[in-house]
Design a protein around this ligand. Structure first.
Ligand code: 5GP
Ligand code: ZN
Length: 113
């Protein structure tokens, strides 16, 4: 369930400090340590999953909780336009192997591709 070697499991457990902006039974959302936008928040499941590739058909409630967390964070920040993205695998830019959704907003975001 929790991997003591995993950075985000340690943040979820409170063993590493972070700026938490939202939490519920399933999800913790905290500010990225190297923000790439005025609002840059990561939403992670409390349960360890390495990436979106580890989600199953039974994880609908978790996905709703992850998106719900970021919807609330974006609304609280007054954002109407924002991006939610998740990287899967090192080749796609994933550097922390605990599933997380990035919320980026507060500046113009270029079109993908
Ligand atoms: P990835 O590159 O895996 O998609 O995103 C990982 C994110 O975690 C990066 O944007 C990085 O800045 C952030 N990050 C890495 N270490 C820490 C940390 O110790 N605390 C916080 N709050 N964010 C971190
Ligand atoms: Zn983890």
């Amino acid at each position: 369930m929790t991997d003591p070697a995993c950075l985000f499991c340690r943040i979820v457990a409170g063993a590493i400090p972070s700026d938490v902006v939202f939490e519920d039974e399933q999800v913790v959302a905290f500010r990225d340590i190297t923000p790439r936008a005025p609002t840059h928040v990561l939403a992670v499941p409390r349960r360890h999953l390495a990436s979106a590739a580890d989600l199953t058909d039974d994880d609908g409630d978790l996905l709703a909780a992850l998106f719900g967390a970021l919807r609330r964070v974006a609304a609280a920040a007054g954002l109407s336009d924002y991006r939610i993205v998740t990287n899967v695998g090192a080749g796609a830019g994933q550097s922390v192997f605990h599933l997380h959704l990035h919320l980026l907003g507060g500046r113009p975001l270029s079109r993908l591709g």
